[in-house]
Design a binder for this molecule. Structure first.
Ligand SMILES: Nc1ncnc2c1ncn2[C@@H]1O[C@H](COP(=O)(O)OP(=O)(O)OP(=O)(O)O)[C@@H](O)[C@H]1O
Ligand SMILES: [Mg+2]
Length: 243
């Protein structure tokens, strides 16, 4: 059974259709990449999956259960977590306190799980920064904190929204290593990213979105070779070339 299944999901803002009949599924333990031009509707898809925005039509199943009408907190407790494109940690709190808040949000248990939070900071390379205010972190550290906060909610499905955006090549490589570790621990991942080589180091399948629609879905090499994808990314009109 897929961990997540979208069937014909659509969303409009006024006259603008941002998600247009999107259907796809991801199996338990798999990693899926999403690419597409700016404004294509990628982050909106995460809003719909995470429940911060409601779909207009279509259904979303998580572990076979229809979650289309449930709120974001319920989906988080069910095991869906995300990182945001622009990190917004609690800047006045320490890194460790940020983790404790996320841990408390992700569970209905009442006790604080400090050891667990420390372990996640270790896995995400932030342990040396545990007592620093989150507002003092570098961009890479903020991105790592986004990942750590999402992991603190104990996800089965992790949604990463351009977590490598703005990083240097070396920083990106180091973050990719951390994300691979998360994937290898059994968490399913959907990762939106413009940096295709970073994505393909982690994911086994790519979905391409353009104007709110899926225009390609499959193995990275074959997806990147599809004429419609070349047209979007390289501006190559394949029909013109053939003529
Ligand atoms: N809450 C909203 N109200 C109105 N329009 C919105 C809303 N959220 C997104 N949009 C519009 O929907 C379109 C898709 O936005 P979205 O953020 O999903 O794109 P994206 O693919 O994530 O782009 P980027 O690569 O730049 O992050 C854009 O035109 C955006 O302005
Ligand atoms: Mg976006």
């Amino acid at each position: 059974m897929p961990i997540l299944e979208l069937d014909n999901v659509s969303k409009s803002y006024g006259a603008l259709t941002v998600t247009d009949g999107v259907s796809f599924a991801i199996e338990q333990g798999d990693a899926l990449g999403i690419i597409g031009p700016n404004g294509a509707g990628k982050s909106t898809l995460f809003n719909l999956i995470g429940g911060t925005q409601a779909v207009d039509s279509g259904t979303i199943l998580f572990q076979g259960r229809d979650i289309t009408a449930t709120g974001a907190a319920v989906r988080c407790h069910a095991g869906i977590a995300r990182s945001f494109q622009i990190p917004h940690p609690f800047v006045g709190m320490t890194v460790f306190e940020n983790l404790l808040v996320a841990d408390a949000f992700g569970t209905t248990e009442r006790h604080v799980r400090e050891d667990r939070c420390r372990d996640i900071l270790d896995r995400t390379g932030l342990l040396p920064k545990a007592n620093r205010p989150a507002g003092s972190l570098t961009l890479l550290e903020r991105k790592r904190l986004e990942l750590a906060r999402a992991l603190a909610t104990d996800p089965k499905l992790l949604l990463l929204d351009e977590i490598a955006g703005g990083l240097t090549e070396g920083e990106c490589r180091s973050l990719v290593g951390t994300i691979k570790g998360v994937r290898d621990s059994g968490v399913s991942i959907i990762w939106i990213e413009h940096i295709v080589h970073a994505l393909t180091a982690v994911v086994e399948r790519l979905v391409v979105i353009d104007y709110g629609r899926i225009v390609a879905n499959g193995l990275p090499d074959s997806v990147m070779a599809e004429p419609v994808v070349k047209e979007i990314y390289l501006g190559i009109d394949v029909d013109d070339q053939a003529a």
